[in-house]
Design a protein around this ligand. Structure first.
Ligand code: PGA
Length: 249
């Protein structure tokens, strides 16, 4: 069976002082049964990885370049993230797609790079509000899935995060039926392309305004294997009850 996963995305939040929150989170999670991940800003990655060594919390990055090295000022390679202590990297987050014009083809190239460094690629997909309102949600996420995932994806090297753009940081959450519809569709799309074994092994996370108050019902929804959490991952007091809800699901 798929191990549940709770992944935190700190985005561009946190200086050294934020490591105290990570320490508090780690201290409370020694009995967690879900896989736990915090994706810190790159500046905190190696210190976070040192803090989290021998703990149930793994540390990840939030993006990587597709190339291994070279003249790409300001970018980071997957090898660099791995070297700093990351075990995973978020790719294709809607903020990257919007702010940096990343295409699904870019995401696929980054995903290959992540795999070659031995990182788990957490590949993000999701429709905008306009796309949902015009009835295009499944075709949008289906196209993003097809183009963002290279051949060779497995349940070990890849996690999919469904994050409706309009639910990120807004406090708005799709209905449970809407979440189930997309997650069931994604599982089926993985089955069609990669086969049952891969589809059964791949975690499908929901992301977008997951909070302690709505986590349990989201985790009880069809084909939801965990969450990618932004704002509520910044404080141990918020993320811990989400992890507890996932462990109990
Ligand atoms: P949010 O962000 O939980 O703050 O809505 C989720 C994400 O962007 O991964």
């Amino acid at each position: 069976m798929r191990q549940k996963m709770a992944a935190g995305n700190w985005k561009m939040n946190g200086t050294s002082a934020a490591l105290a929150e990570l320490e508090t989170l780690i201290q409370g999670q020694h009995a967690a049964t879900s896989e736990l991940l915090i994706c810190t800003p790159a500046t905190l990655l190696s210190r976070a990885a040192e803090l989290a060594a021998d703990s149930p919390v793994a540390i990840g990055g939030q993006d990587c370049h597709a190339a291994t090295s070279g003249a790409h000022t300001g970018d980071l390679s997957s090898d660099m993230l791995k070297d700093a202590g990351a075990t995973a990297v978020i790719l294709g987050h809607s903020e990257r797609r919007a702010d940096h014009s990343e295409t699904s083809e870019d995401v696929a190239a980054k995903t290959k790079s992540a795999w070659s460094a031995g990182l788990i690629a957490i590949v993000c997909l999701g429709e905008t509000l306009a796309e949902r309102e015009s009835g295009d949600t499944l075709s949008v996420v289906g196209n993003q899935l097809a183009a963002s995932l290279p051949d060779g994806a497995t349940g070990q090297n890849t996690v999919i995060a469904y994050e409706p753009v309009w639910a990120i940081g807004t406090g708005k959450v799709p209905s449970l039926a809407q979440i189930a519809e997309v997650h069931d569709f994604l599982r089926q799309a993985l089955t069609t392309r990669f086969g049952t074994e891969m589809a059964d092994a791949t975690r499908l996370l929901y992301g977008g305004s997951v909070k302690p108050g709505n986590a349990a019902e989201i985790f009880a929804t069809s084909n939801v294997d965990g969450a990618l959490v932004g704002g509520a991952s910044l404080k141990a007091a918020d993320f811990s009850p989400i992890i507890a809800a996932l462990d109990a699901s």
